[in-house]
Design a protein around this ligand. Structure first.
Ligand SMILES: [Ca+2]
Ligand SMILES: [Ca+2]
Ligand SMILES: [Ca+2]
Ligand SMILES: [Ca+2]
Length: 336
């Protein structure tokens, strides 16, 4: 992933090697082709003996495939933090389908120490799904969902959204509250790590709906012969898997609240040779009363609606639905 890990305004790369674990390649502000490679954990991550508020990282697990990552501020101190998804096991374990592979997310909160960017492991072994519940693949090793971030409840802190393999959309609201600016500093709580150990940034698994968790089932079909078959891969080709499907976030109705779109796979089991088709789902982020937000799924039967027309256009063979303001009029457009 690309990020400025040391805060010198030159982009750096964080990557996994087969022999040396997670490394960073530091970019230079004066040269485009020279990178200094350093070990991520020993150079940038505080140990719990250096700062007792930080958890001790597992340095041997690898970055997960598929992978989610983000370099965004998750605890409201204005410094971007690092989210990585990782998985247990050596490359040999991964090649052995009888081995269990566990995936998890981690959040490394950026902390300035003596003017240097360091990272304090705040969330460790973060689970998002039951590892035993998988649609396919190896038993007991559910894949880590692709994670997206947006401030869905507009309280100033980024929230996490993901859809499970089984077709449940989840939004986890950030448990922190924005500290707000001081008279002398827009970033109030910089360098404070005291909350990191005791207060999880996001709700912890198993999730309880209502406790900063919103869930929406996407997998239900009235026809019992139609079975949900996961989030559709993007751009698959004959004999080749596509890019893992992901949900997409944009404020498509321009009310200031982030909305969600994704494309799902279904299988029709009524014939001897089951056929697959896709359905595109649009979820509008709406007022749920009592200060809560709720998600309203656009119905394709609502012929008057612009969004219903998008769903009708996507039909049953869409591979990908994405956004872009293609005519630059300030309104988000859809690409199917
Ligand atoms: Ca840098
Ligand atoms: Ca931060
Ligand atoms: Ca929020
Ligand atoms: Ca919206």
């Amino acid at each position: 992933m690309a990020l400025d890990i040391d805060g010198d305004q030159a982009m750096d790369l964080l990557f996994q090697t087969s022999s040396d674990g997670i490394q960073v390649a530091l970019g230079s502000r004066t040269s485009f082709d020279s990178f200094a490679v350093k070990d991520f954990f020993s150079n940038y991550v505080q140990t719990d003996s250096q700062n007792s508020n930080c958890k001790s990282p597992n340095t041997s697990d690898i970055i997960s495939i598929p992978n989610s990552n983000a370099f965004v501020d998750l605890n409201g101190d204005c410094l971007p933090d690092l989210l990585l998804t990782r998985q247990t096991g050596s490359p040999a374990d991964l090649a052995d389908a009888t081995k269990t592979v566990n995936t998890y997310y981690e959040i490394y909160s950026q902390v300035m120490v003596g003017g240097k960017s360091t990272y304090c492991l705040a969330s460790q072994d973060g689970q998002l799904v039951d590892p035993a519940v998988t649609l396919g693949g190896r038993a007991g090793s559910a894949a880590m969902p692709i994670i997206e971030f947006a401030d869905f409840n507009r309280d100033g802190l980024l929230d996490m959204a993901f859809a499970t393999e089984m077709g449940v959309l989840n939004i986890l609201y950030n448990n922190y509250s924005a500290p707000g600016p001081k008279a002398t500093n827009l970033c109030n709580d910089i360098n404070n790590t005291s909350d990191l150990k005791s207060k999880p940034i996001f709700p912890t698994y198993p999730f309880t709906v209502g406790e900063n968790v919103v869930q929406e089932g996407l997998n239900t079909r009235s026809d019992k012969n139609i079975v949900f078959n996961g989030i559709a891969d993007s751009m698959p080709r004959a004999g080749q898997p596509g890019v893992p499907g992901r949900l997409r976030v944009a404020d498509i109705d321009q009310d200031g609240f982030a909305d969600l779109v994704m494309t799902l796979n279904f299988k029709n089991d009524t014939t001897t040779t089951p056929t697959t088709f896709t359905r595109t789902v649009i979820l509008l982020n709406q007022d749920g009363g009592n200060g809560q937000r709720s998600l309203a799924q656009v119905k394709s039967s609502d012929e008057q609606s612009y969004f219903a027309k998008i769903i009708q256009t996507a039909g049953d063979s869409a591979e990908l639905l994405a956004f872009m303001d293609i005519d630059e009029d300030g309104k988000v457009d859809f690409i199917v």
